[in-house]
Design a protein around this ligand. Structure first.
Ligand SMILES: *Cc1c(COP(=O)(O)O)cnc(C)c1O
Length: 395
């Protein structure tokens, strides 16, 4: 008999009943250090007092308003995002995949309105993850996500990940008079914490400028302070035309956004897109509290300092356990450990030691703690990962 919850996930037998900062309390009474943070969602930890206050205050005023009316909380968050980024305009969604949907529509509509309706193709890359909607799985293109769900939305051109040597000749060759945009994650998350080198992202920007096409960055996982900058592309000193955001922006409340320049957004005129819930007052009140915290330079400095501590500790763990861990990669508090043993075994061993981590492709263990994690909690996590690795060697 089918379970009452559609069985698309294989779940660990853990039931968390309460959270506090970087810690989760399991039903059994055991405490776990949360180094998954809901997959980079709980950016400010669990039960953050500032976010709880923002949610409660808004809950006593208005939960939902249609986008048929002005929504002051939405306006305030949009203004904050525009002030802090390359963007001139923002559309709010409820998830990453919805942000990717709009980004696809925006890129195509841009060229349609420019009198080039054949420019519909979007170049994407192997290992990409843009969500689970029909457009997003077609964009990623992997068999794992698309098999059985055809016919797929046409118009995506899938290229090898250019991360390793920065060679963009295959990308340039793939650009034709049908190309509308290039979509890429500055650091692949699900794909195994694969960072695009700054030089490669710069060269990609130059290539888009040369051919006049749209650069769309998926910062759903790597954005909102995760890398120690507000958005990951800032490390490369470039600006995208369109950016997809979600996960951390709501700090645990479902919220996403598409940020765009005025030019890239020029096709999206009245009536061309909409969302019932997108930008609702509850989500935006929490999002604004997240944004106020995360966009503050001393906060980002804290992220970089804790990231340095974590990375150094992980390098030590790799030296101590070369039979378990191979190397560390990523930026800021978006780190991955390439494993020697199957990554799922390390995740499981972590459960036994009271630490939550997340597997990713390429046999990588993802570490995505809350951005406001303390130095003590990072030390404790390193101790628990050390024990988890030792337990694997003993078994
Ligand atoms: C998680 C993720 C998405 C999809 O977000 P959902 O909120 O699950 O729809 C898209 N892109 C990237 C890079 C992600 O990490």
């Amino acid at each position: 008999m089918i379970p009452s919850i559609l069985p698309t996930y294989s779940r660990a037998p853990l039931t968390f009943v309460e959270g506090q900062g970087s810690w989760l309390l399991e039903r059994s009474g055991r405490r776990f250090l949360d180094f998954g943070a809901g997959i980079a969602v709980n950016a400010l930890g669990h039960a953050n007092p500032t976010l709880v206050a923002a949610l409660k205050e808004q809950a006593n005023k208005i939960w939902h308003l249609s986008n048929l009316y002005e929504i002051p909380e939405q306006q305030a968050l949009a203004d904050a995002l525009v002030d802090a980024t390359f963007a001139d305009t923002v559309f709010f969604t409820n998830s990453g995949t919805e942000s990717c949907e709009l980004a696809v529509k925006m890129a195509r509509k841009y060229w349609y309105e420019k009198g080039q309706p054949d420019r519909v193709e979007i170049i994407t890359f192997e290992g990409a993850f843009h969500g689970r909607s029909s457009a997003a799985i077609a964009a990623a293109g992997s068999e794992k996500m698309t098999k059985g769900f055809g016919p797929l939305l046409p118009g995506f051109v899938h290229l090898a990940w250019p991360g390793e040597d920065g060679d963009l000749s295959a990308v340039e060759t793939a650009i034709t008079d049908k190309t509308a945009a290039i979509f890429i994650e500055p650091i692949q998350g699900e794909g195994g914490i694969r960072p695009l080198p700054d030089g490669t992202l710069k060269a990609l920007r130059a290539l888009c400028d040369k051919h006049g096409i749209i650069l769309g960055l998926d910062e759903v996982q790597c954005g909102m302070g995760r890398t120690g900058k507000l958005f990951a592309h800032e490390w490369a000193g470039i600006k995208p035309d369109v950016m997809m955001v979600a996960k951390g922006i709501g700090g645990g409340f479902p919220l996403g956004a598409v940020l765009a320049t005025e030019e890239a957004a020029s096709g999206m005129t009245g009536g061309t897109h909409g969302s019932t819930y997108g930008g609702n007052p509850l989500a935006c009140a929490v999002g604004k509290a997240v944004m106020d915290t995360v966009s503050d330079e001393p906060f980002l400095e804290h992220v970089r300092a804790r990231a340095g501590q974590l990375r150094q500790g992980l390098e030590g763990l790799i030296a101590t356990h070369p039979e378990v861990f191979e190397s560390v990669r990523g930026t800021g508090l978006m780190l991955g450990i390439k494993c020697v043993v199957p990554n799922l075994e390390v995740v499981q061993s972590g459960y036994a030691e009271g630490i939550l981590t997340v597997p990713a492709a390429d046999n990588v263990l993802r570490l995505l703690p809350a951005l406001n994690i303390t130095a003590e909690d990072i030390s404790e996590a390193l101790t628990r990962l050390d024990h988890a690795a030792s337990a694997l060697k003993a078994s």
